[in-house]
Write a protein that binds this ligand. Structure first.
Ligand SMILES: [Zn+2]
Length: 345
């Protein structure tokens, strides 16, 4: 069938809205009618070429969305036509069927196991999870990337306990999910660090008990004014190496832990004092918050749908697919936290 997609033809150039022909389904592949897509820093990095040379051009984009299953390839058992699903870059149960190749007037357009900047997508079974009951289709896009990464960092990696002092560096979409999870875990205090005032305001609505402007003075000192020993755990969600170092330095001696979930630019280097390790602190990484969709998305979805936090406020006002490039520009400039692309517009 024919569908529309906003694809990357050349790095550093605007996305192009094109008509693609979807391929016949291979075993393990699923045709999904996309309802909503999100966008995150990863797409901005691909679009700008911040991930290094892109061998897959031209290609589809996007790795978080929601939609309805239209058709399943052979051997697919996890979903059936009519199912409402979350599309996520994080692999779960089901077959890994590889990326689909679309036809664009005789040219091949590549895609990964999941892409979402399009009205219909051929997706690997293992990137789909049924949408938890009670979660609206638009908010469900958070389960594709921001929630598993941000909440997973807190629940799965740091395993925050009631009374742990928490700092979250960068309160964009992923950082706000980390804040919510810290609040659900009973963290005290929960400190949100962000140079943008609007984001600090959002941080307070999403569980931060205190907020810090890193441009207002030494960040570690500001954190120690709130948590004198340093925080028990820190989440780094900016992708800026200097902030990763601050996250490590802000944790307490003998047992403090910092986890990095921000994506740094290709080729970036991190400078960190080895004293961090000698002081008994841990500096951790994670792949998608160590989340596993089939184990975690139902619970994360319930927390988001609980109404304790205004999850819908995480999303921008909707962009149409034709405005996908604008959505990335607005994300890159910090104008919006989590762009929402509505395929019905
Ligand atoms: Zn993402």
């Amino acid at each position: 069938m024919k569908t529309e997609a906003a694809i990357l033809v050349e790095t550093g150039k605007p996305l192009e809205l094109v008509e693609l022909e979807t391929p016949a389904l291979n075993p393990g592949q699923v045709l999904v009618e996309i309802a909503y897509s999100g966008a995150c820093g990863t797409q901005v990095m691909e679009w700008r070429g911040d991930k290094g040379e892109d061998k897959w051009l031209p290609h589809c984009l996007g790795h978080e969305g929601s939609g309805t299953v239209l058709e399943t390839g052979s051997a697919v058992t996890k979903v059936k036509p009519g199912d409402k699903v979350v599309l996520s870059w994080i692999k779960g149960d089901g077959l890994e069927a590889g990326g689909a190749k679309y036809d664009w007037n005789g040219k091949t357009v590549n895609s990964g196991g999941v892409t979402t900047f399009q009205k219909h997508a051929v997706v690997s079974e293992n990137r789909l999870t049924l949408i938890p009951a009670g979660l609206p289709m638009d908010v469900a896009i958070l389960l594709g990337c921001a929630a598993p990464t941000g909440m997973g960092a807190v629940f799965n990696v740091l395993k925050v306990r009631p009374g742990d002092a928490v700092a979250v560096f960068g309160t964009g979409g992923i950082g706000l999910n980390a804040l919510m999870a810290a609040a659900f875990s009973g963290g005290v205090p929960i400190i949100g660090v962000d140079p943008k005032e609007s984001r600090r305001e959002l941080a307070k609505q999403f569980g931060a008990t205190d907020v810090i402007d890193p441009t207002a003075g030494d960040v570690v000192e500001q954190i120690k004014a709130i948590a004198p020993q340093g925080v028990d755990v820190a989440v780094e969600a900016t992708g800026i190496p200097a902030v990763m170092e601050q996250a490590a330095n802000s944790t307490r001696q003998q047992g403090g832990r910092a986890v990095v979930i921000g994506n740094a630019k290709y080729g970036a280097k991190l400078e960190i004092s080895p004293n961090v390790f000698n002081a008994g602190k841990s500096f951790l990484g994670t792949w998608g918050g160590d989340s596993y969709p089939d184990r975690d998305y139902g619970r994360f979805g319930k927390l988001i749908a609980s109404g304790r936090f205004p999850a819908k406020d995480l999303l921008s006002k909707p962009y149409s697919l034709a405005e996908a490039d604008q959505a990335l520009q607005d994300l890159a400039s910090g104008k919006v936290g989590r762009p929402l692309i509505d395929m019905s517009l």
